[in-house]
Design a protein around this ligand. Structure first.
Ligand SMILES: [Zn+2]
Length: 336
């Protein structure tokens, strides 16, 4: 089979998994859950050194081990790669940076890489994300920050997103080379108005009024920057209404110069307030931003609501061992 046919088979296998699991197009794929749902043992190990992941099949037992010392997006991509070996009926594999990011000759590695990219960033998912951000799905005009934000929302690394956008022909090879030179940390800092995220490895997402009622999936320490326009003349001010046991903490709340100075004068001194929140604990939260004029009640205001789902880490605080869910299953008494 040539490379194209191998990749095509892998893309179909990924599409089958997405359809079977009924994952909404454009949503972050719950890769660890997909592995657990198949009864595959899922382990995390911080001592794998140069290995990123392992897929092992011994008789009836199947296991996947993930290098827990690497950043979460890379752990997710590795997990998707190992699931690819499983779904495509491959033999056991020990995977390094090379076999996962740029497989050259091994047909099974080429397939697992294509499977992982298509599972986490399917063509449909990428197009949905592009449209959400106001881009044309087939001819998007993207900057590095757009690519970064898409990678954060899909839960993949910036470089993985650059590669997949080139594979899907949403960007040219020249654009891909230029984007690959950008530092993800600097892109995050730029999105945060110059502030470094508290955890340099955490993802940064940005929302505006156009994102009302959006659902976002994130990990602990990830930061959400919400841009809220304020009109000085109208006297209204945004208020963040959060639950008392806040699962999110405000890490920054300040006004920023809008990028086009012309707009500011046109609307009589409008400015943009940026409230940045950091995910603290796992669970579901609704973040309501209410524009209030003095004396106004919350009922009459139109809020910006964001539905946030913060994922629990897949493994215990020790950072290694069997996945938390499987650990609980082992400890709970069987009911049959
Ligand atoms: Zn592999």
């Amino acid at each position: 089979m040539n490379r194209r046919s191998l990749e095509y088979e892998a893309v179909l296998a990924a599409e089958y998994v997405l359809a079977e699991a009924d994952i909404a197009p454009g949503a972050r794929v719950p890769i660890f859950d997909l592995i657990e749902d198949r009864g595959i043992w899922l382990c995390f190990d911080a001592g794998l050194d140069r290995l990123l992941g392992i897929y092992q099949r011994i008789g009836e037992a199947t296991g996947i081990a993930i290098n827990a010392a690497r950043p979460t997006p890379l752990q997710r991509f590795t997990a998707a790669h190992e699931l690819g070996h499983h779904e495509l009926g491959h033999t056991s594999h020990l995977d390094t940076e090379t076999t996962i990011s740029e497989p050259m000759h091994d047909p099974q590695e080429i397939q697992a890489q294509a499977f992982a990219a298509s599972l986490l960033m399917s063509e449909l998912a990428v197009e949905v994300r592009l449209e959400h951000r106001g881009h044309h799905p087939n001819r998007p005009e993207l900057g590095a920050a757009d690519v970064y934000l898409m990678s954060a929302e899909l839960g993949v690394s910036y470089l993985a997103a650059v590669t997949q956008l080139r594979v899907l022909q949403k960007i040219s090879s020249a654009q891909a080379r230029a984007f690959a030179k950008e530092s993800p940390l600097q892109l995050k800092q730029a999105l945060l108005g110059g502030r470094r995220p508290d955890n340099p490895r955490a993802s940064v997402m940005q929302f505006t009024l156009a994102d009302n009622q959006r659902e976002v999936v994130l990990d602990i320490d990830d930061e959400i920057d919400v841009a809220l326009p304020e009109m000085a003349a109208s006297g209204h001010e945004w208020t963040l209404a959060t639950e008392p046991d806040s699962a999110f903490g405000v890490v920054s709340d300040r006004y920023r110069q809008s990028e086009s100075g012309a707009e500011e004068t046109l609307f009589g001194g409008s400015k943009t307030r940026h409230i940045t929140l950091k995910a603290r604990t796992p669970g579901r939260s609704r973040l309501d931003f209410l524009p209030l004029r003095p004396g106004e009640t919350t009922e009459s205001a139109t809020p910006l609501s964001i539905h946030a789902v913060t994922c629990a880490p897949p493994v215990s605080e020790l950072g290694h061992g069997i996945s938390t869910n499987q650990h609980h299953q082992l400890l709970s008494p069987t009911t049959t």
